[in-house]
Design a protein around this ligand. Structure first.
Ligand code: PLP
Length: 396
């Protein structure tokens, strides 16, 4: 029976389709089977077995983990029940009372909530820093810093972290750097190659990509760290379920194709938005006036599928605009086939204290658009109609 043996020489599209998969040895099934079992029979007491109990590991989950690792020239990653399960498990594996964690600003609101409402009561201090300037990060690291966690592009403003610069600062300080690579995935950005210790994913977004599962993952080349996080995952029970892992593995197959289209359509929509009178500060990494173009060139191979923009009419205009869209769906997720539109100040970042939110550039008029796989002309037509509806109410 032919088998696919992973090789670091295989290219991205090949790894997305074939990584971690091999025909099932008992049936020859080409697709990885869903192994829906809690436990695994052992021939003798103390036998050397791969899987014992699905809170520790599961064959379908392992196939996904191998595939995610292969995409970043790393050993198998670790899959989790959600992106937040990945981030929380990772943080709890590394941090204890008295430690400091430095977090990029802005980041997803759930990560801020983890820091302020879960880690702080456990005695872990969080300091937020603009990771666009590695010198700021270096100055923030203290002898109590045990972890630096950044997002790039960051949710929701698309501010970039200088990953290589921050990795160098972390290396000097002897602190691991974790980069949340949810927005670009390994297809658009390779944090480990830029010097990060860990790549973190909400696979809920582009990796699974069909708005069908909640999931998360971490990938690292540091075997000791992987072992530690695996132990904490087994203890907390934050592993992904086999059915969700199977769906995520299937989504991964088309990730490079989907992300390329998401990116191209997002650039097109962003360019159109720039010409609209009621719209200001359109941000997409492929726009010529994106403020961190040098970083885009140095660390991203794609612009990504997200666009951030402000409505000049503020919160009220945002409310009317978001009620007027028809094709675009008002919802919290991103990276889905359907174009999703979000109001970060009241939705994804509603738990971030208002002063911190405004200081991070998440003002009340900010709209986050996750450009889907529909025809971009239809997306633009819907946005045009919603802007007109917003204007008409304002002038009435
Ligand atoms: N990281 C980023 C950048 C996100 O946008 C999100 C969710 O929106 C998460 C992590 C959390 O992922 P999940 O919703 O799968 O727990």
């Amino acid at each position: 029976m032919s088998t696919f043996t992973r090789s670091f020489d295989h290219r991205l599209h090949t790894l997305a389709v074939r990584g971690g998969r091999r025909p099932d040895p008992t049936t020859g099934a080409v697709l990885t089977p869903i192994c829906q079992s809690t436990t695994y029979a052992q021939d003798t007491l103390g036998a050397d077995v791969v899987h014992t109990y699905s809170r520790a590991s599961n064959p379908t989950v392992s196939a996904l983990e191998e595939a995610l690792g292969a995409l970043e020239d790393a050993p198998a990653g670790l899959a989790f029940a959600s992106g937040m399960a990945a981030i929380s498990t990772f943080a709890l594996a590394l941090l204890r009372a008295g430690d400091q964690v430095v977090i990029g600003d802005p980041v997803y609101g759930g990560t801020v909530r983890l820091a302020q409402q879960v880690l702080a009561p456990l005695g872990v201090d969080a300091t937020f820093v603009d990771a666009g300037d590695p010198a700021d990060l270096a100055a923030t690291i203290t002898d109590r810093t045990r972890l630096v966690l950044l997002e790039s592009p960051a949710n929701p403003t698309l501010r970039l972290a200088d990953i290589a610069g921050c990795a160098a600062a972390c290396r000097v300080a002897g602190v691991p750097l974790a980069v949340d690579n949810t927005f670009l995935t390994a297809v658009g950005q390779r944090p480990l190659d830029l010097g990060a210790t860990v790549s973190i994913y909400s696979t809920t977004k582009y990796v699974e990509g069909h708005n069908a599962t909640i999931g998360g993952a971490i990938v690292t080349r540091d075997e000791v760290l992987r072992e530690r996080v695996g132990l904490v995952r087994k203890t907390l029970g934050t592993i992904q379920a086999p059915w969700d892992a199977w769906l995520t593995l299937r989504g991964l197959t088309t990730l490079p194709l989907r992300l390329a289209r998401h990116s191209a359509s997002a650039a097109r929509v962003a360019t159109w938005l720039q010409d609209q009178p009621d719209v200001a500060q359109v941000r997409h990494p492929d726009l010529h006036d994106f403020p961190q173009r040098d970083l885009v060139r140095g660390q991203q191979s794609l612009g990504g599928g997200l666009v951030a923009f402000n409505l000049t009419g503020g919160l009220e205009a945002g409310r009317r605009f978001l009620s007027a869209v028809r094709l675009c769906t008002l919802a919290e997720n991103l990276g889905a086939p359907e174009t999703l539109v979000t109001h970060p100040a009241t939705m994804t970042h509603g738990d971030v204290p208002v002063e911190q939110r405004r200081a991070s550039g998440i003002d009340d008029g900010l709209v986050r658009l996750s450009v889907g796989l529909e025809d971009p002309d239809d997306i633009i037509a819907d946005l045009a109609h919603a802007l007109v509806a917003t204007r008409e109410v304002r002038h009435a």
